[in-house]
Design a protein around this ligand. Structure first.
Ligand code: IFG
Length: 510
């Protein structure tokens, strides 16, 4: 009798402990509020019970979304230590994160969270990937891994949300570029523009002109003579693959007709007098020009465009066009009139700095506006003739600008850019005569005259790239909301070892 009584008491005690624990878990408010995502989602409705991610959680996905499911499993493993199994059909009542088809705008998604599971729906894998980036930010940094209940409906305002690395002034290795891709893709940035040639160095293998890299990419090329190196075609293809797996499209840039000293050191026949100029490791600009009236120039340009287009699945091929101060206006226009059509000949969309709008052929091209001015009649006229624009005003988006005079790295010719400066502007209305309908999106260039490592890249890029990413994605901006969400995001960079700039404008969560 006594043992039966003891057994009954033990059972009652266990039940009360279990119910208390589950009550406690249910009652524990989720560590991360549903809306604390960067970029800010379009619509957030918090309600219902949180989902608790455990070792029992599986990922349910169709074969067509397997690549996204792999990214999700990787992210959950990094965040929680559990690597969820990926199944086509989760067993009944198994707690699952489900990736499924749904009707959404391009790159859009719907995320829903309840006690029994999480579902991300989209019309395509890019949208599912974007939903996964949102979910990553809703997972607490430590157990219990509860995700707040409710729904998020989201889609981008602009189709082009770009980051940019200058591999020419200082060569950043494929490993460093991959790390940058890991970080920018978490903010739904979907283009990475690589500046592959300039006065100081040439950074992409071109088979038909091998000295471009054997000379132009040799060690000792680069600012201060320390930024040598180049991407082989295999390196470039691997970066294209790695980026595509994170829904980032690579945009290659060959800067012409200026910024060509490295090419002319390698091939003196690209100068008008056939004499190789001295290699340059300083940071001056505007002193070099291809020889516009010489046919060799256009054979060179076509060979480079042809080989680069064949390496690049993305739609854009950037032909530079900035600071051609050593090219006469007439020669510049003649050059662009011949070169812009060559990009289309090899199946790509011509894309150049906004100076290309001096040439009539630019009505078929995309102009990257880097001017700090909010008025630009030449750009407005080109837009009226069909040119589309990527907004990169130097005084607001150039991540190589110092935060303030005390910043060790970077330049200051376009002004100082603190986080709020990068955030408080509107790409859709920024330039007179350039309506939102002509704006494809935004891009934040990071020039590398003063950068030497991935740590330098991260310090200058974060947190300002997060601000530009929100301007490219979210329907409107709210500085107080952004600065609060950014403050809460800081520990995520710290957890990943990203050495971001702890701006004094932000209350960083410890
Ligand atoms: N302007 C030059 C870049 C670089 C930059 C550094 C453009 C389009 C200044 N051209 O920006 O080559 O030197 O901030």
């Amino acid at each position: 009798m006594r043992t039966r009584l003891a057994a009954i008491l033990a059972c009652a005690l266990t039940l009360s402990l279990v119910s208390a624990a589950s009550a406690q878990a249910a009652a524990a408010p989720p560590a991360v509020a549903l809306g604390s995502v960067i970029p800010a989602p379009v619509e957030v409705r918090a309600h219902g019970s949180a989902f608790r991610l455990t070792a029992r959680t599986v990922i349910e996905a169709p074969q067509s979304a397997r690549a996204v499911a792999d990214r999700l499993a990787e992210a959950v493993h990094t965040a929680t230590g559990h690597r969820p199994a990926i199944v086509r059909h989760a067993p009944a009542h198994a707690p699952a994160i489900t990736l499924a088809a749904g009707r959404t705008a391009p790159e859009g998604y719907r995320l829903s969270v309840s006690r029994s599971g999480i579902t991300i729906r989209s019309g395509g894998n890019a949208g599912l990937f974007n939903g996964v980036q949102t979910l990553r930010q809703l997972l607490p940094l430590r157990a219990p891994f509860t995700v707040a209940g409710g729904e998020i409906a989201d889609q981008p305002r602009f189709a082009y949300r770009g980051a940019f690395l200058d591999l020419a002034r200082h060569f950043h290795t494929p490993a460093e570029v991959k790390r940058y891709i890991d970080e920018i893709s978490q903010f739904k940035v979907n283009y990475l523009h690589l500046h592959l040639s300039d006065d100081q160095g040439w950074r992409i293998q071109i088979d038909s002109w091998p000295r471009l890299t054997s000379v132009g990419g040799a060690s000792g090329t680069g600012v201060d003579g320390v930024g040598g190196g180049f991407l082989t075609k295999a390196d470039y293809r691997e970066l294209v693959r790695y980026a595509a797996a994170r829904y980032v499209t690579i945009v290659p840039e060959i800067d012409m007709p200026g910024h060509v000293n490295a090419a002319q050191v390698a091939y003196p026949e690209l100068t008008c007098d056939g004499v190789a100029p001295p290699p340059r490791t300083d940071t001056a600009v505007g002193y070099s020009s291809l020889c516009i009236g010489q046919e060799t120039t256009y054979r060179f340009v076509e060979d480079v465009i042809r080989e680069l287009a064949a390496l690049t699945p993305g739609p854009f091929l950037h032909i530079g066009g900035d600071e051609a101060h050593a090219t006469s206006e007439a020669d510049y226009i003649a050059f662009q009139q011949r070169v812009i059509p060559l990009v289309a000949k090899y199946g790509k969309q011509a894309y150049g700095w906004n100076e290309i709008t001096k040439a009539p052929a630019s009505h078929t091209a995309v102009a990257q506006n880097w001017s700090s001015s909010t008025t630009n009649p030449t750009l407005a006229a080109a837009v009226a003739a069909g040119t589309k624009v990527i907004m990169s005003p130097a005084n607001l988006t150039y991540l190589d600008m110092k935060y303030d005079p005390s910043t060790r790295l970077g330049l200051s010719w376009a002004g100082y850019i603190e986080v709020r400066t990068a955030y408080d502007w509107d790409p859709g209305t920024h330039v007179t005569g350039v309506p939102e309908s002509a704006v494809l999106g935004v891009e934040a260039p990071l020039w590398s005259e003063t950068l030497r490592s991935i740590e330098d890249i991260e310090f200058m890029a974060f947190p300002r790239l997060a601000a530009i990413a929100e301007l490219g994605w979210s329907p409107s901006r709210d500085w107080e909301s952004f600065r609060t969400r950014l403050g809460a995001y800081g520990p995520r960079w710290t957890a990943r070892g990203v050495g971001f700039y702890p701006s004094p404008q932000i209350d960083w969560t410890s």
